[in-house]
Ligand binder design. Sequence first.
Ligand SMILES: [Zn+2]
Length: 647
Amino acid sequence: MKKVITICLILFVKLIGAQDQHLCSISKLSALQRSSLTKNNLTNAQASLIEKYDVGFHHLSLSVERTSTFISGNVRTIARSRVATLDTFLFQLHTNFTVDSVHGSNQTPYSFTKIGDVTVVMLPQSIGLNQIIDLTIYYRGTPPSGASAAIGNGFSNRASPTYGNQITWSLSQPYSAYEWWPCKQSLQDKIDSIFVSVTTDTSNKVGSHGLLKQIDLKPNGKHTFHWQSFYPINYYLVMVTVGQYTEYRQYAKPKGYADSILIQNYIYSNPAAYTNNATSILATKPQLELFSDIFGLYPFHKEKYGHVMAPFSGGMEHQTMSSMGIFNFGIVAHEVAHQWFGDNVTCATWSDIWLNEGFASYSEYLARRYLLPNTALQELTDMHAASKQEVGAVYVTDTANVNRLFSSALTYNKGAAAIRVLHYLLGDSMFFEVCKTYQTRFANGNASTQDFNDLVNELSGKNYDFYFDQWIYGIGFPAYTSTWNQTNGKFYLKVKQANAHSGGLFSLPIAFNLQRAIGDTQIVLDINTSEQNIELPVGGTISNVVIDPNVWILKNSSMTKDVGLSVGAQAETASLRIYPNPGEGMVWFEPSLPNTARVEVIDLSGRTCMTLSGKDGFDLSSLQAGVYLLNVRDNAGKQQVIKYQKY
Ligand SMILES: [Zn+2]
């Protein structure tokens, strides 16, 4: 059964190809499908019991070799009681493991019962609200190996088929941490700080979180790597990786940050592993600096960022050190961006996973926009094409459906495409203000889709619930069928809108680029019904009309010239009008504009002559006599084009 799943997945990856199936999605789906678990594997009573304490600190002290997945060691946990009376301590650890003992801080042995994947420890005396539990769990065993390590277990061992290096590594997202260490698998309870000490053969290095404090030499050819991190971390982001590595260092220098940030790369000791991947590895520095600029300073700047190689298909955003099966510009950017979106701010529930994966995937585009601009358009085209491979909403309603949870089409690509629409609606300045505030407000914590929606509304001063209804909770995307014509100096456009699938219609300002020998001009129209017609006076001969020329919108569209369109086309009945029109200069709007409105005055060659803002009336007396288009945008984002004739 599991073997079959493995074969299917490998075939799937090969057939679909990296450009269609997101690499980050491949690794996570694989880990999930291999596991028999689809949920947290706790009964309601157990889930309630495990929430009665708040984890403050873990120290994993393990012995691990690169040649097998066998683990022995202990995990110290310091937690705080969340209830008035706590007499038991419940943790999760796979049934494969033996728990040898549980000790209190004074070495007192505690009694415990292990049934299956759950262990219940009897505290010697009950403790009260906010009182501290400090205990150490001694355990050993071999983690479950559901499927081939080629596609990742909770804890895996394999030699790289390309470079030969044998590696032992963990990949716990979303529910597999308990397959290798005793833990509490709760998204909402971040571990405040973590130490990871791993003893292994002196030929190995160990990758993990935070800073490498020291390496202790031990008897029998062993040494111990001591990693320490003082940033809160989710259970599924905890990682150890053991193998023969060569270390390559870089230092990032984010704008406005006085210090530099270590980028610590553990690359297979086979020299080809570095030379083949150097370009992508070296892209980490400009990417980390870029994201520090647009999202706010790298959240773990007091420690490090890094990569550690492991032979699986994809990448995994382990906090402060991503595990990498392969390197390319996109996947490096994706995992770097996850340090902000996923690690610093973690999705509040698995339903909100698009907040991790959508932002990390959109960041691949942003990295190209700023660092490799010639490749940015292709990234958007690929993202939109990949979004269309599955029908559904970005938001996940069934988190037990593992294929849906880490769906490359919906969670990654449509998530990214939806974020691009929000970027378009908000504009650069507000979009990046939202990104930065999201990072500071929810730093070291979690955020839900509703939290993000509330933040967008608050910062923009507008209600963007419609966007979340249409793009995050809604199904499908818009399909526009447009026809146009130009006759007697007038431009006619008919836009029909449908949902490409079964969802509702979309409300969006859509740009149309009118291509002319005398210079292109662009009009922006609010498209929000199933059919809209517009008639505008436009000079010059229009050779072609392009919808959404900057590729902001995930859509299907067609645009054809219809020489009969002038007949029967209805000019848009604008709800807004200006008077006097024609006039000599001073104009007023009816209804009057809010003082946040912006008015762009465009001549018939498409040139912007004036940009006005504030309350009307406006003084247009400096314009030469002629016909102008007034592009009016009010504070609700509504846009209208009004023709004005100046005497
Ligand atoms: Zn990802």
